[in-house]
Design a protein around this ligand. Structure first.
Ligand SMILES: Cc1cc2nc3c(=O)[nH]c(=O)nc-3n(C[C@H](O)[C@H](O)[C@H](O)COP(=O)(O)O)c2cc1C
Length: 306
């Protein structure tokens, strides 16, 4: 068997360079532990070319999200020259968030003096947010789900008109709901547009899955709002359905450190009624919007159905 010392240095260097994981080396003899090496896996993971990272501290990947308890664990381990393993939120060059499982190991010289630290970074987003990739994929491949679009599409207007006249003709219950992500504008500013788009896709997909009967319609509207139209659901059933949807969105566990729950939440406003003949689609949307405004006045993560 070949011992590590017998393996050609070039082969070892190649193994490190071509590893799928991110591998980084920081100089422990200099202030602020600047990076002296990053492999191609780390460039791929973070979207930063090596030239933009070398000579700097890797803390730049934390962006403004620096109040994570794991960062204290890192600081403590590094000040004592110890190993550590943490999972923390990091941000790529394009602003999108990923969960980074970071393993840090000290390197000492023959005199036992700490000279370097080696970091191995592994993207564990799919493990922490298992549904994220699945949801993104199905949103792109199933046109029945709400595609990002600004304003209510003409298509959706027509569907609402059709459902309204069916409900008027058959004296059926019709519900129009507006769903809004709590403090989404601030989320976008804090985590970047790419993270915001991912978050919207995940929430949109969750809504579409929740209201997936043939008599339900979901559409994206106005950036961070979604419309739902549902036919034939009793007011009590709808109330439960909407509460469950709020729980499901919370359970997506989209991290948002400024939210009181630490995750993305939604507010829902809506109107549910057996529509008279003089009521129009515009009236229903107005009522749902007013209910949403009132729900938001009451706080975050809540609903108001009238
Ligand atoms: C080799 C090495 C790799 C590191 N990799 C990461 C990383 O991928 N993500 C991260 O958030 N912090 C990483 N860190 C930790 C930060 O560079 C920094 O040490 C940490 O934020 C705590 O120090 P601070 O209080 O100066 O920010 C790494 C540190 C070292 C030494």
């Amino acid at each position: 068997m070949v011992t590590p010392l017998e393996i050609p240095r070039e082969l070892l260097a190649q193994a490190v360079d071509q590893s799928h994981e991110g591998i980084t080396i920081a100089d422990a003899s200099q202030k602020d532990w600047p990076l002296i090496y990053v492999n191609a896996g780390f460039e791929r993971l973070t979207g930063y070319p090596a030239a933009e990272l070398l000579g700097k501290s890797v803390r730049l990947l934390q962006g403004t999200d620096t109040e994570q308890p794991e960062i204290n664990v890192l600081r403590e381990a590094m000040s004592q020259g110890k190993n550590c393993l943490v999972t923390l939120r990091n941000y790529r060059k394009d602003g999108s968030m990923f969960w980074n499982e970071l393993s840090l190991s000290p390197v000492r010289n023959d005199a036992g003096i700490l000279t370097h630290y080696i970091g191995i970074q592994h993207d564990v987003t799919a493990r922490i947010m298992p549904d994220q990739r699945l949801r993104q994929t199905s949103l792109h491949t199933q046109p029945v789900h709400p595609e990002p679009q600004v304003g209510i599409s003409g298509h959706f207007d027509e569907q609402l008109d059709r459902m309204l006249s069916t409900a008027q003709r058959t004296h059926s219950q019709l519900s129009v709901l507006v769903v809004n992500l709590d403090q989404f504008k601030h989320f976008n500013e804090r985590y970047g547009r790419a993270a915001g788009d991912t978050c919207l896709r995940m929430v949109g997909e969750r809504i579409a899955r929740s209201f997936a009967r043939t008599t339900d319609r979901v559409a994206r509207h106005d950036g961070d709002a979604f419309f739902i139209v549902a036919m034939g659901e009793s007011p009590e059933g709808l109330q439960q359905h909407v509460s469950k949807l709020r729980d499901q969105v919370r359970a997506l566990n989209i991290p948002y450190s400024d939210s009181p729950d630490g995750v993305i939440t939604i507010c829902v406003g809506g109107v549910t009624l057996i529509p008279q003949h003089n009521i129009t689609a515009k009236d229903l949307i107005k009522k749902a919007d007013a209910a949403l405004e009132e729900a938001k006045r009451r706080g975050h993560d809540c609903e108001l159905l009238i």
